[in-house]
Design a protein around this ligand. Structure first.
Ligand SMILES: C[S@@+](CC[C@H](N)C(=O)[O-])C[C@H]1O[C@@H](n2cnc3c(N)ncnc32)[C@H](O)[C@@H]1O
Length: 258
């Protein structure tokens, strides 16, 4: 029989450093420190302590760190990831932590949620946006899944404070687009941090603007790169007010029922 340490080795490499009941950790030497515990320590106070009866969707759950934290607070969690490698870790960890009946892991592409007609009270969309070839489509799909709260996190390019863009620009007036602080999404054709799946790096203004245009209101920034948001489908720039047909053409026929 394998020891826990041997099983961890067998399931590696890990991105989440999970702390297991026997004191072992899955990725003790993480280059980002005790990740994502260091992020969770700052985010945790911004989410309800008691989540009994609440539902959570964790998009891009990886080995399940955030799913497990919300499940420990009583939530029923649906967790999806496109990677079978990470889902093997997540299922093993759920068993080891005794949380199997609280978290359901599914291998799914984010885009498959477009065919799902269901909302979850809390949706976590952490560390995924910039990995998508179609980031705004991903965000629009996620926004339709949000019942009360969305937590979104993205890699961002830090820089000048966000500009408040004017309501319109003349066709010939392109200089403002190049001003520091204009919402900007930088495309990475080759690699970023050695990872060819890092396609986009928004600046802070762009991340917030994308969120608003996906029909959400930004409530707060609990920590750097994280936004706490709530549904706002009638918001001034929400695409749900004026551009739903393009969304439905991209995701396929409207799904019926939950
Ligand atoms: C940087 S990790 C973030 C993990 C976790 N959410 C966190 O914040 O610690 C990105 C995760 O998203 C998953 N992912 C990337 N593209 C995806 C897609 N198109 N659909 C679903 N999951 C995806 C990856 O497999 C990976 O587990």
């Amino acid at each position: 029989m394998m020891t826990v340490t041997q099983e961890i080795g067998e399931l590696g490499p890990w991105f989440h450093n999970l702390h297991l009941p026997d004191g072992t950790e899955t990725c003790k030497d993480h280059r980002l420190g005790d990740f994502p515990n260091v992020k969770w320590a700052k985010l945790a106070p911004h989410l309800p302590l008691d989540l009994k009866g609440a539902t959570v969707l964790d998009v891009g759950c990886n080995a399940g760190f955030y799913s497990f934290e919300l499940a420990k607070r009583g939530a029923q969690v649906t967790a999806i990831d496109s990677s079978e490698h990470y889902l093997r870790q997540a299922r093993w960890a759920a068993h080891t932590l005794g949380l199997e009946d609280r978290v359901e892991f599914r291998q799914q592409q984010i885009y498959e949620l477009g065919a799902v007609n269901r909302r979850w009270d809390i949706v976590l969309f952490l560390g995924v946006l910039y990995h998508l070839r179609y980031p705004l489509l991903g965000l629009d799909i996620v926004s339709r899944c949000v019942g009360k709260t969305l937590v979104v996190q993205s890699l961002v390019a830090h820089g000048e404070p966000a500009l408040v863009p004017p309501p319109d620009l003349e066709l010939a007036d392109r200089a403002p687009l190049l001003r520091p602080g204009w919402p900007r999404l930088s495309f990475i054709e080759r690699r970023f941090a050695g990872d060819p799946s890092n396609w986009w790096v928004p600046n802070e203004a762009c991340l917030a603007a994308m969120v608003r245009s996906a029909g959400l209101r930004v409530l707060s920034t609990p920590l750097e790169e994280f936004l706490l948001c709530a549904p706002d489908p009638d918001g001034e720039t929400s695409m749900w007010r004026w551009n739903q047909e393009e969304f439905w053409a991209a995701v396929g026929p409207r799904a019926a029922g939950p």
